[in-house]
Design a protein around this ligand. Sequence first.
Ligand SMILES: [Fe+2]
Ligand SMILES: [Fe+2]
Length: 165
Amino acid sequence: MSQDAIVMLKDDHKQIKACFREFQKSTTTDARKGKLVEQMVELLTVHTYVENEVMYPRVRELMPDLEDDVLESYEEHHVADVLVMELLPMSPGDERFEAKTTVLIENVTHHIDEEESEWFPKVREGLSRTQLREIGAEIAEARERAPRRPEQPSALKKTIDAVVS
Ligand SMILES: [Fe+2]
Ligand SMILES: [Fe+2]
């Protein structure tokens, strides 16, 4: 039995937010912050991929009323992608490393809050449990082929698709 799509995505959010919280602790060392950013980048690359490839198009198709929320979400993913790309070549000693990571954290936190409190609840209302499990199965499949690093071709294609199509 496959898992409910919203449960899966919220699970990802939890992991992402745990990284954010550790990064923001005053006791976290620079070396650890570097590792945490690597982890954030991987989690976000996979997560935005499965949402862009599966969750968002399915919701758009099944619940046309949520079109605006979905379009705004694609744009927010795009902003996160840009920040991640700029963060990649940086290391914890760089002057702007901390500031850029903080802006990424603020943006993604806002985005996750919108998903969880504004439009995922409407999706839960509007779709049946079976539909949510079917989408969950597709998400599990997409996760298998998802890029882990933002510079992998499938990650770049995702970015282009989100902006162009
Ligand atoms: Fe998202
Ligand atoms: Fe999400």
